[in-house]
Design a protein. Structure first.
Length: 158
């Protein structure tokens, strides 16, 4: 079950795609903020930012990080932290009643650290997608001990 990480770079945090990404994170926090939080990196508002995506072997995006940083080194360390803690991640479904769809998110302690890249028709399918993401991270943890290296294509493969 190989998987890999891919950086997503945006010219600014206010870029449309970056804002859509963070809106998904904000929606999860709005529904579950009484129990969970999202830690934000401190960086310049107008600067270019990066985030990470978890892709499956067939290059389908499965999960996303919940924060952006101006430095790729910071994102790389965020990936290491999540891979190392893969055994501790807890997946929850996140239904959105207005759309009649359900997403998922993964929590480490009380922090939402990963969200699903798409919405699903029901909770069980969403939870299964989140469980697959965690299994892929656990496989990375077992094989590489959470290290991250950059490939020639710019992908980060733990």
């Amino acid at each position: 079950m190989p998987a890999h990480f891919l950086y997503a770079r945006f010219p600014a945090r206010s870029h449309r795609s970056a804002a859509d990404w963070m809106r998904s994170v904000d929606d999860a926090v709005a529904m579950h903020g009484d129990r969970y939080r999202v830690a934000r990196f401190e960086d310049g508002v107008g600067e270019a930012v990066s985030g990470w995506r978890l892709l499956t072997e067939n290059h389908r995006e499965l999960g996303r990080g919940t924060r952006f940083a101006a430095s790729e080194a910071v994102i790389r360390e965020d990936i290491r932290r999540i891979v190392r803690a893969a055994d501790q991640l807890v997946v929850s479904a996140s239904p959105e009643t207005g759309l009649r769809t359900t997403g998922w998110f993964a929590v480490l302690e009380d922090e939402i650290v990963m969200i699903g890249a798409r919405r699903y028709e029901n909770r069980s399918v969403a939870r299964n997608a989140g469980a697959l993401a965690v299994r892929l991270l656990q496989a990375m943890q077992a094989t590489e001990k959470g290290t991250v290296a950059r490939s020639a294509a710019g992908e980060y493969v733990p």
